[in-house]
Structure formats: structure tokens, C-alpha cells
Write a protein that binds this ligand. Sequence first.
Ligand code: 5AD
Ligand code: SF4
Length: 446
Amino acid sequence: MQDPKTYFIRTYGCQMNELDTEIMAGQLQKRGLTPIEDEESADLLIFNTCSIRDLAERKVMGKLGRMGRGQKKNGIIGVTGCMAMAKKNSLFRKFPHLDFVVGTNNITDLGTVLDEVLYTKKQVYKTEDRFEENLDYLVAKRDNKIKAYVSIIRGCDKFCTYCVVPYTRGQEVSRPPESIIEECKKLVDAGYKEITLLGQNVNSYGKDKKEWNCLFHDLLYKLDKIPGMERIRFMTSHPIDITVELMQAIRDLPSLCNLVHFPIQAGSSRILKKMHRIYTKEQYLEKVDLLRSIVPNVSLGTDIIVGFPTETEAEFQETYDVMKQIRYSLAFIYAYSPRKGTPAMRWKDDIPEEVKQDRLQRLMELQEEISAEERNTLLDHTLEVLVERFNKDGRMLKGRTRCWKKVIFEGDESMIGTLQQVKIHSFSHQTLVGELAKPLQGLRVI
Ligand code: 5AD
Ligand code: SF4
């Protein structure tokens, strides 16, 4: 086994995992390793994994099994991320060719774990339950030069009964505001136009560190002040922690995008209680009303789980009706998948797969109807677009509005990485199609 010269990281799961991959890649580059495109021939291959649903885990397990039988005998293979936390060193039993397992709270230790593997030629694992705030975020190697993820809080203390995250990412630990501000300033100075603040529950920011006197909305006010800061987004939120102060920040801070992820998960109060979401349908709806009264042009996003244990057709219908009533701009809909170690495992996974898929399909159709109507209302409006790249056809430019709508229009390469005003004239599938608008003519930024 030789000191690796090349690496490949395969990433599964959410944005937090994508960011962790960027941080690990930065650490490896600092050590002198070079990224390569071909995972089979990389000296070091890392699977940064997700455990949120069974399918996510099965994908990695299949891939790891295949790599074991393949030509990767001499390279080093490691598993990081949520599956590393969920399965820890039991992964070595199943995959004897695996060299290391590093948990979500130990990515700082990647280098020392690698050294240990090289020195001892033994399987090494490091999967601590608690995150210590000693991660070098500034090392992150970002391929995207326009948009960046910035971690503000790690872990989750909410313990929804279906969710593995509190077990795979541990307790909530906020990152000091000075460190976040420093990173954001550097990104803005480097030309980044959009920053997405990440956390499993960003609204809990600062609650674990009362002495900082800096809650989530306070942090937003500080970040908005950074000269040149164009767009701030945040993901993801728990409705219970969306405060009036946060709503006012969304209304008042020019850089804050007005798409708020407000995941309801289910429309029936009985199911919500069983999910331990700590709000009822009525409380959720009240909060949405309040948000809409404070920020009238707000768009909402949601996550929904169908087929939670014991969900009846009538209860599913409540979810359907709530979606129809709220009219989300964006909805991620999932079929319930039992996760080992979660409280919901106590209950029988009693909703047949066909029923789950049927409910999923019905919600997706409803969402598509709502989205199509929303697209229609955007015709003839001029929207601010952050231009990211050429579209697949290589002719039109592609970007996103502040509400995360995909827009294509004709323009030249020099516009990539800039904000442009685009007048929408039609759409193709889910993408809005427009043309460059003359700035400040009948402008209505949505
Ligand atoms: N089964 C299905 N979906 C799940 N999610 C979290 N845990 C599960 C599970 N066990 C969904 C939730 C969450 C999103 C990230 O994934 O909707 O908000
Ligand atoms: Fe998957 Fe959740 Fe871990 Fe993200 S935090 S990688 S979604 S299990």
C-alpha cells in the first residue's frame, strides 16, 4: 500500500454531504493528492454516504460490493458520511476490502486516519458521536465559482421519529459567527454571487451557544451587511423554529432570497404527532399565514413523507388538501422508508409499497399542476437571474431566479456569473424561457 497520489470522492445525499466532500477534497489537495475522473484507477476512493432512505444505502452497498471484486485491490477505499455513522465498524465485516470508516463528526481527522491505514495496514475507523468545532472550512475545494455552500450549524436535536439524522450527525453544534462571516467575506471577494447557509436545522442556529447572543436572524443581518453580498439562501428549516424575527429578516434584507423551505412532512395532526413534529396542522397553517402576511411575495418549499406507519387514506387526503391549499413552489415528496435505530422502527411498516407509490404519484401530479399554473403567472414578468452556465444545447444561457426557478435565455458567455434581468415569454417543460430585458423597465423582481 503506497501513499496515494490521486483521489476520487463519490458523494451521495444532501447538500451537507456535498460540502463535506468539498472540505475533504481540500484536505487531500493540501496533502498533495490530485483529483481524477476515473474512480476505478484512483489511489484513494472515498464514498461519502447517505442513510436517509433505504435506497440511498442500498446504492452504496451495491457499489462497495462491486468495487471489492474489481481491480481496486491496491488502492485505498474509505467510507465517510452518514452510513459510516449508522454502521460504524460493522462495515468491515461486510466489506473486508474496506480500509477506513470516518464519521460525519471526524472529517478533520481524515489525514490522520489515512496515515494510520498506511502505517499499520489495518482497517481504521473513527466515528465520534459529537462534533468538535475544529474543522477548517476555508480549505474547501469548490468547483462551482458562482454559488457556494457554507455550513452554519451541524447536527439535529429534533428527533423526528422517522429520521436517522440525529444519530448520524449528532447533537446541534453552531459555528461561531466570526468564522461564518470570514468565510462569506472571502467568498464574496472571490466573486461568489450566491451563498446557501447549511444546517440540518438552520433556525436553531445559536441556541446552543447563548453567550454568543447571535440567533439565526441576527446572523442573517450580519451577513447581509457584507459589501457585495448578492444572494443568501438557507436550508433546511423546522417550522417550529421559524420566528417572526426571521420572517422580518426575509422581508427586510435585500440579499435574502424569498423562497423558504417550510417542510410540513404530513397534513394530518395525528400523523404529525406520531412523527414527533411538535406542531399540529392548524399551528403550521397559522405560521404560513403569518409568514405570508409579513412577506407577501414569499414562495414556499416543502418536504413530504407519504405512507408513514398507520397513515389512512383519509389522513393522506389531508396532506393532499393542505398541499392544494398552500400551493408550494417546490415540493420534495418521499415514500416512508423505515430506518434502523429510529423510534418509528417500533411500528410496523404497514402501508404496502403500491399504496405508498400511488400516494406519491398523486402528490407529484398535484404539485406539477400547481407548478404549471405558477409558471403561467410568471409569463411577461421580468425576473432576476443568476447566470450559471450554458444550457445543455450549448446555445442558451441557464440560471435561476431568486425563487429557484430555472430560466434559459439567449446571451453570451461573458454573462456567466452575473445577475441579469430576463423577461419571461414562454416555458419548456419546467424551465422558463425568456429574453434579456432592458434593465429597470417595468421591473418586478420575483
Ligand atoms: N423515509 C422517507 N423520507 C424521509 N425523510 C427523512 N427520513 C425519511 C424516511 N425515513 C425525508 C424528510 C426530510 C427529507 C430530507 O427526507 O421529508 O425532510
Ligand atoms: Fe443523508 Fe440526512 Fe446524512 Fe444528508 S444528513 S447525508 S440527507 S442522512
